[in-house]
Ligand binder design. Structure first.
Ligand SMILES: CC(C)(COP(=O)(O)OP(=O)(O)OC[C@H]1O[C@@H](n2cnc3c(N)ncnc32)[C@H](O)[C@@H]1OP(=O)(O)O)[C@@H](O)C(=O)NCCC(=O)NCCS
Length: 218
């Protein structure tokens, strides 16, 4: 899969707004990305098509939480970074963004505020990649769990979260302003337990087997 993950930059905002408007209902109040991007309590990631010509000098990176046996996993061996791409490409002009995720770093939780993939690119693992990136941010920040709200009718999103071990943790009544729809709260088990780490390692290995090498920098 020719797709990579990196932090959102200011010049990505117009494309991210395009994806946001396509994904959410007209009544949705858009995220003030420019303000949020500068907050220490938020993290935004974008999935993009890398320019391979600029990536010749890539370094392998292993996230801080990966150690011991995790490094020997398929994921540990194949995970690569795109530091040099950023150095050689000062803006994202011409770079197509495929999706994004917004994360609040709130107490001991990573709270997904928005996640969306361009409509024509859905069903190809990009949403999954964004969830993997979110979990890696949570590990990197030493957080305990990842949580979010989803429309009770959003079966596709709930299936994605369920796959990554998010469990139903409650209902927020009339949560969505546009149609007063309820939200289901979905939260992972504590991510530092051996059981969750093992589940996440397996999911990442399966992802790589299915979609091939990816590049990620969170
Ligand atoms: C939810 C969303 C981000 C998923 O992104 P995606 O790139 O299409 O998802 P992926 O291809 O990575 O699929 C990952 C998993 O999601 C679930 N899924 C994806 N598409 C599905 C579909 N059409 N039907 C059922 N489950 C689906 C599956 O569990 C899938 O895993 P599998 O392939 O092993 O079955 C995307 O549909 C989207 O942008 N929707 C609009 C915005 C939105 O609803 N955001 C969520 C707000 S809570």
């Amino acid at each position: 899969m020719d797709i990579a993950l990196r932090r959102m930059r200011a010049e990505d905002i117009p494309q991210v707004i395009e994806i946001e408007q396509e994904a959410f209902s007209p009544g949705w109040v858009g995220t003030p990305f420019r303000r949020e991007l500068n907050s220490r309590y938020t993290r935004f990631l974008v999935a993009y098509h890398p320019d391979d010509a600029a990536g010749e000098d890539r370094d392998t990176i292993v996230a801080p939480h990966q150690s011991g046996s995790a490094d020997e996993s398929l994921w540990g061996r194949m995970l690569t970074g795109v530091r040099s791409v950023f150095g050689m490409r000062p803006d994202s002009e011409g770079e197509d963004l495929a999706g994004y995720v917004g994360i609040w770093l709130q107490g001991d939780q990573a709270h997904i505020t928005e996640i969306a993939v361009r409509e024509e690119l859905r069903g190809r693992g990009i949403g999954e990649l964004l969830i993997i990136g979110t979990l890696r941010v949570a590990y990197e920040q030493g957080l305990a769990e990842v949580t979010l709200e989803a429309r009770v009718s959003n079966f596709v999103a709930q299936r994605l979260y369920d796959k990554y071990g998010f469990n139903e943790a409650g209902i927020r009544k009339n949560y969505y302003a546009d149609n007063r729809e309820d939200a289901v709260i979905m939260t992972t088990d504590p991510i530092h337990t051996a059981a969750y780490r093992e589940k996440f390692a397996t999911l990442q290995d399966n992802f790589l087997t299915r979609y091939g090498e990816i590049r990620i920098q969170i």
